[in-house]
Design a protein around this ligand. Sequence first.
Ligand code: ADP
Ligand code: ZN
Ligand code: ZN
Length: 737
Amino acid sequence: MPNIFAEILLDQNLAKRLDYSIPEEWKESSQVGMRVEVPLKGNLVKGTIAALKTRSSIPHVRPIARLLSTESELSDAQWALAHWMSRYYMTPLQRVLKCFIPPNVRKDVQAKTQVFLTLAISKEEALRECERLRTKAPQIASALEAALQWKKGCWAASFAKEENIPKKTIDQLIKQKIFASKKMALGTDLLLNEEFFLAKPKTLNDEQAKCLKAISQSLSTGVFASHLLHGVTGSGKTEIYLQAIQMALDQGKGAILLVPEVSLTSQTIERFRSRFLEKIAVLHHKRSLGERSHSWTLLRTGEIRIAVGARSAVFAPMKNLGLIIVDEEHDSSYKQSDEIPCYHARNIAVMRSHLEKAVVVLGSATPSIESRYNADIGKYQLHTLNARAASAKLPSIRIIDMKEVYLVNGGFTHFSGELIDAIQTRIQKGEQTLLFLNKRGYHRLQICAFCRNIVKCPHCDLALTFHKQEEELRCHLCSYQQKAIRKCPSCQSTDPLEFKGFGTEHVERSLHALFPSIRTLRMDRDTTHKKDSHEELFKQFRAHKADVLIGTQMIAKGFHFPSVTLVGVLNPDAMLHIPDFRSTESTFQLLTQVAGRSGRSELAGEVILQTFLPHHPIIQLAASQDYSSFYKTEIEERRMFGYPPFTHFIKILFTSNDLETATTAAHKAHAYLVPLLPLQATALAPSPSGHAKIKDLHRIQFLIKTPRIEPLIALLTELPSFGAQIKIDVDPLSTFF
Ligand code: ADP
Ligand code: ZN
Ligand code: ZN
């Protein structure tokens, strides 16, 4: 019996699949994973075929109105991955499908294509042709003359408009094979066509060679394998990635490279482009819909075999996937927390490789505890690179006790004497300094001297930060801002409000007070909200337009500034005070990363770490750059308290405009779940989230701790929401926020 019915998953959030019949002419061609348009309540709506079947229990089934694809949008392995994701992350399948078929592809915004013209003959020939036609066909001649100015080519539309050339003439030139025309997505990155000087692969050192050999063996056996590459900063991990990708290409396979959001800069991209003759798709949420959809198509057809991108690039529709690399695998930007599915791209990379018999390589200078543990129990093959490649040495790290500095100084200062001297020396030698502080703005909060009320955002549970340049108070959770105030909003006292805590803006000003002629750049979310400003700041700093770059964690990762020889870390202590089981891990990682920015070339590097907790074990371990001791202590603690990787947390968040509704829902859900939980799972009591309110939504949550996810799936996907919005986050990054 032929399949005459299809189960359709509608894009709009309807959890149930609906049955439709397949019209005669499409019976042969229909496949699971095709996009369709179907009638629903008098409208046509879009969806995806989830299953085909020979009968339906519904009496009057309506037919599919239109097929939107010519083949399935997803391979069998991708379907399997989507189903796995839907279960593991407890998210309806159609929400998961959005990751695989991004909205732009769905809406059939088929990249607005336009005609791109190139010369099909050589410049010499064109010149001769031009002379020949000068009098016979002056219009064609002048078009040719204009075309001789092209670097690569030109969009037909702008050529016609700017050079005032009739469309008829262009068509004629195409017909005569003097111009070649190609349809390209508007906004296609023209860099794609730019030629780079091809850089040669480096001769690997012994540690690198051993690692690459293991990866190469996995690639050639064509079965799933997972590698964890633990290499100190600057040890040449990227060099291994590049050579591994080449090996995959040589075998006719495709490769995906994931990098953290902030590392997706032109510096990184150029490094990749300069190594491969073929095109690379850069998948970036900042790109226009058209561009993304265009890359997606080229990847699907196999025309492009390398994809580089942040988190969502793990879904790149590669043909014949051979290799997925997750650079800085510990990076928190790989986890999607703000919307469902709350997936972790590293987990998806491993699962996808498993399903597609590909090789996955996770690389980091500070592997996540989970991944390192997976290497311990033999799930991942571990490789270590202990030394920096080339001639660079790891920087030396000095801890400065700020309590003593305050004593000597008679009060607050940003800079210890050691740091001031060190900056001074760099300025004299023409070397550069990075100053890292995990807080932007000028003052962290404003407090009433009379009633001790802290001035908070009216929409969020967060103190407003004072920004001096604009004389404004801003909320760092929502976009709220207001003019700085003089009167306490709570008790109306007109006593001057006190300012507390300092951010990057304050550090920059204080630095100028100390060194009047110093040139500084500041990089945080305030200075980088414009498109490309991030990129621009890095360019300026690399071009040595400043002596010091002051920034938040944005400056901590992945960058390579050869003349940075000093990194100053100002007050890393706040991170350690966050009540979360991961806060020690993330502090250690961040400190190691930021220290790793120093001394990346022949020039020796130094790091000065200013803290009020000089004896804190994490500060000590970060200073000695002792990952293995850090791991040993941390994993023992996790084992003792039954924290991940020994158990899973599941965070269930209830939100509502009304505090009462959110609280009641959380308590009701909690009471409903407790008696139904499997034996080893426990539910912790509901409490307000670390940010109890964001954008007027109150947030009440509770955690479930369980050794296994599987037994909870049915129970939690069916969990009633009791009048609030509900969000399930499996393996949350933070149990607090
Ligand atoms: P990581 O990714 O571990 O931070 P990179 O791959 O960026 O390290 O390497 C750091 C620097 O060392 C780069 O400038 C790179 O070109 C250089 N490098 C890497 N491997 C080698 C090698 N085998 N020989 C010489 N230089 C190397
Ligand atoms: Zn007050
Ligand atoms: Zn706010």
